[in-house]
Design a protein around this ligand. Sequence first.
Ligand SMILES: [Zn+2]
Length: 247
Amino acid sequence: MFARVAVALALSASIAHAQARPRKVFISVDMEGISGVVQPAQLGPDGFEYQRAREWMTGEVNAAIAGIRDSGPAEIVVCDSHGNGQSLLIDKVPEDVRIVRGFPRPLEMMQGIDETFSAAVFIGYHASEWTANAVRGHTISSARLLGVRLNGAEVSEGIYNAALAGQFGVPVALISGDRLAVTQLQHVAPSAEGAIVKEPYGYHSANTVTPARGQAMIREGAARAMAKLGSLQPYRLTTPVALEVGF
Ligand SMILES: [Zn+2]
């Protein structure tokens, strides 16, 4: 069952072009798409490997930060967006980075974004609900929602969050996750760089790179992404936006 509501999102006419903005990058990090993560064992405080997975997640965020800063200084905000919103090991992140923690918050996985950012980066992302064979594929809540559509099209969290960033004129520069998470996002953000750290076999299994290799891929991807900052286009929905949520 889909409840259909029309949502009018106000578009600010004064939004500056991304290329005129300072080097300020918003990183939204989830956990299902981190290298090595395939099961609840890694995804929550009760899992035997959650503490290790937090280290892998933090390593991938730090790799993205390093790749962004390979070409010069940049202001960074990291939005800790998995589970309780407190998975990132914040004492292992560079001290000049700001971190958004805890739920609830109005913009969920994108809390803290605004029109001053020049790019968004998605780390550890997964594919949408109904994506066959994707590792941990779901949209927002696997327990409560049976999918989310924007303007009639099924969206992943990556696409939903790209649209949210687009409302502020912010393009997505890089996404990491399994192959399906990356290719779904690139349908709406074709110039976004991708770091594919897992080949999915199903909801609970994948062929994954090691955390070290995943971090290297993400650092390289972030550096490539920053090189094309001026040419990236925000993903903008036509308004009014139709939001459909399945229960
Ligand atoms: Zn998620």
